[in-house]
Design a protein around this ligand. Structure first.
Ligand SMILES: [Mg+2]
Length: 134
């Protein structure tokens, strides 16, 4: 039997083409009580969502082969998918174009990953969620 708390566990979808980062964030978020699902590409992430997966939080990298993280979010917005999900982008330092694009897509937040260690990523995600009263 799953623990009783599993019904209140927040679901987080991690999207990154860097398997090392996915593993690292999975450990962090799992230890903090989140139910984690990972996608190593935006195609995989979109398929999960099309198949009915509704994460509470989407934490997505931007620079990825094929469809990048912002195109992925644009798709979600256009198709009106997972409208209640909190969407947070992981950006590279100094990528002001990316931040401008992210703002246009009305994402809930962005975290500069080059300067942010995984435990701080978790803290920042929780801060963003708290500000959205989630
Ligand atoms: Mg990347």
């Amino acid at each position: 039997m799953p623990p009783a708390s599993s019904t209140t566990q927040k679901k987080v979808l991690l999207v990154d083409d860097d398997q090392f980062l996915l593993d690292m964030y999975t450990i962090k978020f799992s230890k903090a009580g989140y139910e984690v699902k990972t996608a190593d590409s935006t195609d995989v992430a979109l398929k999960f969502i099309h198949d009915g997966y509704t994460p509470d939080i989407i934490l997505s990298d931007i620079v990825m082969p094929d469809m990048d993280g912002l195109e992925f979010v644009a798709n979600i917005r256009t198709e009106k998918l997972v409208t209640n999900s909190i969407i947070i982008m992981l950006t590279n330092q100094g990528a002001s174009d990316d931040i401008a694009r992210a703002k246009k897509l009305n994402v809930d937040g962005y975290i500069v990953k080059a300067t942010t260690i995984p435990s701080e990523v978790l803290t920042q995600v929780e801060k963003i969620c708290a500000s959205k009263k989630m």
